[in-house]
Write a protein of this length. Structure first.
Length: 182
């Protein structure tokens, strides 16, 4: 049974999505948390009662023709293309548009998750997520989230844990991550 962020039964009855069916089938301990869809990562984390760093975004990356992967990026961090290219040993990668992402995952933008995807693409989980006792990943529909231990997420998705992000620049620190002048 799904729960809302307050711990009561969800109004969506745990929204029966392919992601929820896949995580249940995996046997991994998890909790379904249904919230009103949020406009920002900060709002989503607050509604779920978790720290911002525990909220994972799933990014679909195209390595080549019919060759994709999922990258799990904690909120408050940004994807680092050179780190990922170096790890994978490729010189070019790109992000698919919304239609292509839906075609290769079965999910519309902002609901994409590796759980229950139409194909089991490889998963890379950013190492920063291991610092959280619990993480939240999308549950395959707007406002539907799966909470689980990072190690359980890695195991269930057979994810490779790699440092592929860096902290996002904040208004208080606008130069973080900037390229130094030549």
């Amino acid at each position: 049974m799904g729960e809302n962020a307050a711990g009561g039964p969800s109004h969506a009855a745990a929204a029966d999505t392919p992601a929820i069916r896949a995580v249940v089938q995996s046997g991994v301990q998890h909790r379904v948390v249904v919230i009103e869809p949020a406009r920002t990562a900060e709002e989503a984390a607050e509604r779920q009662g978790i720290p911002l760093a525990a909220l994972l975004r799933t990014i679909v990356v195209r390595r080549g023709e019919d060759d994709y992967l999922f990258v799990l990026v904690p909120a408050g961090r940004r994807f680092d293309w050179p780190k990922l290219r170096g790890h994978l040993g490729v010189s070019r990668m790109s992000l698919p548009d919304a239609d292509e992402a839906r075609e290769v995952t079965g999910y519309v933008r902002y609901t994409i998750t590796p759980f229950g995807s139409t194909r089991a693409w490889p998963v890379i989980a950013d190492a920063a997520m291991l610092g959280e006792p619990l993480v939240a990943i999308g549950g395959g529909a707007h406002g539907v989230n799966l909470h689980l231990a990072p190690a359980d997420l890695v195991s269930a998705l057979r994810a490779e844990v790699v440092d592929v992000t860096q902290p996002e620049a904040t208004p208080a620190d606008p130069d973080r991550g900037a390229t130094p002048p030549a």
